[in-house]
Design a protein around this ligand. Structure first.
Ligand code: DOR
Ligand code: ZN
Length: 349
């Protein structure tokens, strides 16, 4: 048998779904992504949200100002879709290259989604304009109906919301964000070239038992919540199988420990520091290290119609485990770094 590689060189990865927050937190977490990734799609769920082109430009300036000296990282901005969003503003922000996607949060679905969409008819004009100019819609795909079980909310969203929107808006390009179910992978596979999906690092690693069995683990709680093991296996097949419609969106979402370890904890896993180590581990386990580059560095740019990064990074495998700190100190409190629950041997060099 051929010896397993102990180095792998790939085009520099991009993160197609990232939360950077703002202010002190932004300054603390940004270097964790900018050190290894070329670009990231920046989520707009600030308080207040990033709704207009002018707000996206100002947020981009704050991100650039927070970059470590010499970092070549490029933030790819998004707009937060509200029922009052102005289609002409969206089109202008897209045409100028400022904005690369619009984010749809069903109102109440997750962190800072209160300004999201309740009545999908009210955003029809914006969606039609987006289809016309080719601007992708990034979708948080969960219904908010309290009568729907939290573990079913993604599957129900596809039937009740996403499929009707796509049928009503031919040509609309959609990224189903952070898919967590076989229904999600099946829907994307059947959907043709106008739909793709991001998959997070943590959903490749944990299932719902990790959150709930043997004690409640708030640092594994995120939205969409991790599902049962069969779904995790489906996500692994989608991520490592070489299909162009699946690519990395970490959904790295920092919250200070005080906001996670409480009676009503926030959703979000902070994976930016060790994501590439974990992904190399997962792809090696699946016998698919040769497909890591497609997932992290090629499929995403192809869908977003951007060139892949020109430069490369190398990941090396060491015999002794790579140690990451348990927490990142941020200036507003510690943020726990996602613990995959197994030793990591791969790391970027
Ligand atoms: O786990 C999550 N955290 N899911 C989301 O959709 C939002 C995110 C956040 O902003 O914390
Ligand atoms: Zn997110």
């Amino acid at each position: 048998m051929a010896k397993a590689p102990d180095r792998i060189t790939i085009r520099r990865p991009d993160d197609w779904h990232l939360h950077l927050r703002d202010g002190t937190m932004l300054a603390a977490v940004l270097p964790e992504t900018a050190g290894h990734f070329g670009r990231a799609i920046i989520m707009p769920n600030l308080v207040p949200p990033v709704v207009t082109g002018a707000e996206a430009a100002a947020y981009r300036d704050r991100i650039r100002a927070a970059l470590p000296d010499g970092a070549a990282f490029e933030p790819l901005m998004t707009l937060y879709l509200t029922e009052a969003t102005d289609a002409a503003d969206v089109a202008a922000a897209a045409r100028s290259g400022l904005v690369r996607a619009v984010k749809l949060y069903p109102a109440g679905a997750t962190t800072n989604s209160a300004s999201g969409v309740r009545d999908f008819d009210k955003v029809r004009g914006v969606l039609e304009k987006m289809a016309e100019v080719g601007l992708p819609l990034c979708v948080h795909g969960e219904v908010t109906d309290p009568a729907v079980d939290i573990f079913d909310r993604e599957a129900v969203f596809i039937d009740r919301v996403l499929d009707p929107i796509r049928r009503a808006t031919p040509g609309l390009r959609v990224v189903m964000e952070h898919i967590t179910t076989t229904e999600g992978t099946d829907y994307v596979r059947a959907g043709g070239p106008d739909i793709a999906a991001t998959i997070t690092t943590h959903h490749l690693v944990i299932n719902r038992n990790h959150i709930l069995a043997g004690g409640i683990r708030p640092h594994y709680y995120c939205l969409p919540v991790a599902k049962r093991e069969t779904h995790r296996q489906a996500l692994r097949r989608a991520a490592t199988g070489g299909e162009a419609s699946f690519f990395l969106g970490t959904d790295s979402a920092p919250h200070v420990d005080a906001a996670k370890e409480t009676a009503c904890g926030c959703a979000g896993c902070f994976t930016a520091p060790n994501t590439l180590s974990i992904l190399a581990h997962v792809f090696e386990e699946e016998g698919a290290l040769d497909r890591l580059e497609g997932f992290t560095s090629l499929n995403g740019p192809a869908f977003y119609r951007l060139p892949a990064n020109e430069d490369q990074i190398t990941l090396a495998r060491s015999e002794s485990p790579v140690c990451y700190p348990a927490k990142l100190e941020t200036g507003v409190g510690p943020v726990t770094i996602f613990d995959p629950g197994f030793p990591l041997h791969w790391a970027p060099i």
